[in-house]
Design a protein around this ligand. Sequence first.
Ligand code: CMC
Length: 425
Amino acid sequence: MADKKAILTVDGIKESLELPVYEGTLGPDVVDVRSLTGKGLFTYDPGFVSTAATESKITYIDGDAGVLLHRGYPIEQLAEKSDYLETCYLLLHGELPSPAEKETFVSTIKNHTMVHEQLSHFFNGFRRDAHPMAIMCGVVSALSAFYHDSLDIHDDKHRVISAHRLIAKMPTLAAMVYKYSIGQPFMYPRNDLSYSENFLHMMFNTPCEDREISPILAKAMDRIFLLHADHEQNASTSTVRLAGSTGANPFACIAAGIAALWGPAHGGANEAVLHMLAEIGDESNIDKFIARAKDKEDPFRLMGFGHRVYKNFDPRAKVMKQTCDEVLAELGMEDDPMLKIAMKLEKIATEDEYFIKRGLYPNVDFYSGIILKAIGIPTELFTVIFATGRTPGWIAHWNEMISSDYRIGRPRQLYTGHQRRDYPA
Ligand code: CMC
């Protein structure tokens, strides 16, 4: 029950409306407006900036303080002390695993990494130069055509198996997309490797050559996955929830999330960062691009800067910057011209009045884009990596919704079109 209430008076409605106000564990109170529709009123909130669409126990963000907690644990501590698969377990189950639970979880994921052999034939239907996200939307959705044994969303066990399958198969599919684009044979996963080592193996090894995987690069990959694992009710997660609210199967819902992630204002930003760096081209052009970013008449924005929620700093970006430095040192790439532009841009933007005043700091995608480029991952694949990392978050939210008392998502509108009119005689 709510202890607090909000009173709403509306012109034309005689009595004041009493709305319950709920307190979360952390964060702002929420006003329960569900009774408004009975009074013939809707709330108006384009972009959902003031709307809590759901109750959730998974992730908490305080954008002003730069705080990100998964199940209560700060992201910095998870990045330092945990690893990606343990964080997946935490998101899915609500608690960190015991050593035995972790061992079982890691082994289960490893045993689901292969995809159905017939799925590999789907790739031939795509052009080799197709955008990897286009292929991912298709093949992830197609998983629902292969795993009929786990599609009953009201069966807890089915939901768990689907979660394991998705987390396990996403890197395999991501690497297959890459191999297809360059015309190399798909590499089967190797169960003796860790999650991120295995991903790098499937990406960069060939049947002719099994190169050793650098532990620093594998650690960086693990961090990239971990730092993207969840981010509460963002556009793609809300898309997964909305699709899931119709009763759609988990593979279809995650495919919907992948589509929503694709856009440059969301997951596509890491790719957009690299395109922007290429467009800037030379350090001497930076001032010109900074001026364009500030010009209200120019649609250009500095990609990798700013965030809808973080208006102080992005706690993931801090950790990512440290990993970025480690990777560049490991690869001896400190003098790469494009990376030099990135570093200079970061310095100027973080000292410039325009960006400081608006709380526009480098976000996680600014650094992840640079790291992925340095590792040798092609730009077009960046958002696929983001999608791979985000998969446990999407599933945790989908599962939380399906396990709760949910209704189909159905927003309303402020209609400003024509009045009723008759078709011309
Ligand atoms: N470069 C220049 N100016 C900017 C930028 C930018 N990257 N981002 C915001 N602004 C300005 C904007 O023009 C506005 O200025 P004013 O108040 O003078 O009109 C002010 O800052 C607030 O912008 P907004 O559009 O109201 O902010 P928003 O919260 O709606 O947008 C954003 C957030 C992430 C879409 C936006 O900052 C952006 O387009 N950034 C570049 C794309 C990017 O890096 N996206 C990745 C986000 S992190 C990954 C994820 O979590 O999905």
